[in-house]
Structures are given as C-alpha cells and as structure tokens.
Design a protein around this ligand. Structure first.
Ligand SMILES: [Zn+2]
Length: 273
C-alpha cells in the first residue's frame, strides 16, 4: 500500500491570512509548523493501516514550506515544482491513494477562508463545464493514473464543494469553519490532528473501494481570469479559444495535456507589473 500526500497551507488549522500563507508573513513559520504536524498525523494514520511507501508533495507557494527534518521519518518529500506544475506531480500507478492536506475552497467562495484557485488571478475554473477548485483538479490529475483521493482536510466550506466534485467515499476532516476571506472559527488543534490520524488510517484501509476521478475525454477546460487587460497573448496559444475578454477555453485529449494548457495560460496571464 503506497500513499501520496499533497499538502497546501491555506486549509491547515490555525491559518487565516496572508500573515500565515505568505513566506514574508509575520506568522508564516508557525503556519509551516502546523502544516508539517497535520501531514505527520496523516503519515502516522497511513502507517498504522499498513502503508509501506509514503511520498509527500509540498504544494504551497514555492513548494518549500515543509521542513524535511520535521517530517515523519518514514516519509519522502518532494520539494519545489516539477515541469507540469501540478500539486500532485509525482503520483503514478504505483500509488493506491492520494491524501490532500490543508486544501481550501475555490475562488469566489464568499465564506471560504483564503478561498482561491491557484493565484488570485483565476476567478472561475471549469472542467467539462463544471466549476472546480484545486482539490478536484489534483484529483483528476491523480485519476489519470487511476489513483483515487481518499482523504481531504481543510475548511468545512470546502466539503460541500467536494461532495459535488469528487467521487463519493473519501474521508474529510474539517480543520476550521470559514467565516470570511480572512476569518475562521478554528477547531482545537490537537483534536484536528487526532481526527486526521484516524481518518488517514480509515482512508488507507478503504482506498481500494473509492473510484478515481476520471473526467470524460477529451476534457474541455475553461478559465476566467481576474485581470483581463493583458490577456491577448493567451489567445495566441494554438487550440485556445477566447470566449470573452477574460475567459479562455480549450479541449485537451487527456488530463496531462489539460494540465499543460492550464500551466501555460496561467503563466501567460500574469498581470503586467
Ligand atoms: Zn496554497
């Protein structure tokens, strides 16, 4: 049994603002401590259920938040971004389940703490016409390799979105309840870690009963950006159609190609400074 863990920071218990999520923020180091503790709880749960190999992908900002010497000694760590820029890059058919730790609601979620999709420049993101966030996008990438998402942790506001976006059967641990973009009611941090360990254990045992997310192929990707002023270049990408001043669409033969389209569009769409 092999488990792939992807960790973001915005959905970690205690995190509520830029002061935690931004590497320049005053409480960023503390947020990294909280992040590694939640990841370690998931590792302990997976090991208790018999996992042999556990790989952790750091997936926030520069992907260099988890201190290797604080990570559970049984886990390997992927630091930095691979060529595809995926939050689950490194997953392959040798893994039995993916865990998403510290994930957050998608952009435009009114009460979602630090709700966003990739950079703050993506306002709306659709896969085959359905709005999704980073969790489902990661799940579809893992689904390309037939690996299901068996555990997600984060803001309770995320759960309702995932019930529509992911195949049923995954475990969810709420770390907090979002009250606004920069506010949340936090659950007791020790209890959150206890719950993550128990859910990781159960998710590892039940992984084979959960379906991977496999979108209908070819996949249609639709991206609406916040800043439309400099987007002419996105319309120059072969195969990309401009639906509106701020909205682009393309059709990809599979999730790997869809990921490449998204990475290129997202990079080209960076607001001019
Ligand atoms: Zn993040």
């Amino acid at each position: 049994m092999n488990i792939f863990i992807s960790a973001d920071i915005e959905g970690i218990g205690g995190v509520m603002g830029k002061l935690h999520a931004d590497p320049e923020g005053a409480r960023y180091q503390q947020a990294c401590e909280w992040m590694v503790e939640e990841v370690n709880a998931a590792v302990r749960g997976a090991l208790a259920a018999g996992a042999q190999r556990i790989v952790v992908k750091d997936a926030h900002d520069g992907a260099n938040n988890i201190p290797l010497d604080r990570l559970h000694p049984a886990a390997e760590l992927i630091s930095g971004w691979g060529p595809l820029n995926s939050m689950v890059e490194g997953v392959d058919t040798t893994f039995n389940a993916v865990f998403l730790i510290g994930y957050h609601p998608r952009a435009h979620t009114v009460d979602g703490t630090l709700a966003h999709t990739w950079s703050g420049n993506v306002l709306d993101f659709r896969l085959n016409g359905e709005p999704i966030g980073e969790s489902a996008w990661a799940a579809a990438f893992a689904g390309h390799f037939d690996v299901p998402v068996a555990l997600v942790t984060g803001d309770e506001r995320l759960k309702a979105q995932l019930d529509r976006e992911l195949p049923a059967g995954f475990e969810f641990v709420a770390t907090k309840t979002g009250l606004a973009f920069n506010a949340a009611r936090m659950r007791p941090i020790a209890k959150v870690r206890e719950d993550i360990e128990a859910a990781a254990r159960s998710a590892t045992v039940r992984a084979s009963q959960i379906e991977p997310l496999k979108p209908r192929l070819p996949v249609t990707l639709t991206v609406r950006f916040r800043h439309w002023e400099g987007l002419n270049i996105c319309a120059c990408v072969p195969g990309v159609e401009r639906l509106a001043a701020d909205t682009f669409q393309c059709v990809a033969r599979d999730m790997m190609e869809a990921q490449k389209y998204f990475v290129v569009l997202h990079r080209l769409a960076r607001p001019a400074s």
